[in-house]
Design a protein. Structure first.
Length: 141
């Protein structure tokens, strides 16, 4: 009987030692793995946000343009798309370096111009015929 008790005691010691200490060999937990995935998703979202175009819808109707004087924030290198609908001919000028322009004819619906800005600062987008600032693009690094 002493032999059986000694064997059970020895087995208990061996099995108890196999589990190891949590402090000696930390393993990633499900929550830390989930946190890492959330961080990666956040970074991907920020990169996607920078690569997505900032869209400015412009309507020229009855001799007026909308919007007028609006400020739109964009990042350096982020595409900007102007979407213009107009009931009259006009020229849209983007006063950047290099400059961009869009010739608009009466009846245009959702005519587009996409460009990027590579220098921080403010860039005016103007209607040439109406002599109005449509938007100020505020370009940040």
């Amino acid at each position: 009987m002493k032999q059986i008790t000694a064997m059970v005691f020895a087995a208990a010691l061996v099995l108890g030692g196999c589990g190891g200490s949590d402090d000696a060999d930390p393993k990633p937990t499900a929550s830390s793995s989930a946190d890492q995935k959330d961080d990666l998703r956040k970074q991907a979202g920020e990169q996607k946000e920078q690569s997505e175009a900032s869209v400015v819808k412009i309507v020229i109707a009855d001799g007026k343009v909308t919007p007028q004087g609006k400020r739109v924030e964009v990042k350096v290198g982020q595409p900007v798309t102007l979407v213009v609908s107009s009931d009259q001919a006009d020229e849209i000028h983007v006063h950047s370096d290099p400059e961009h322009g869009l010739d608009v004819v009466a009846g245009d619906k959702d005519k587009q111009l996409t460009f990027t800005l590579n220098t921080p600062g403010q860039v005016a987008v103007e209607s040439h015929h109406l002599d109005v600032t449509i938007v100020q693009l505020v370009v940040t690094p």
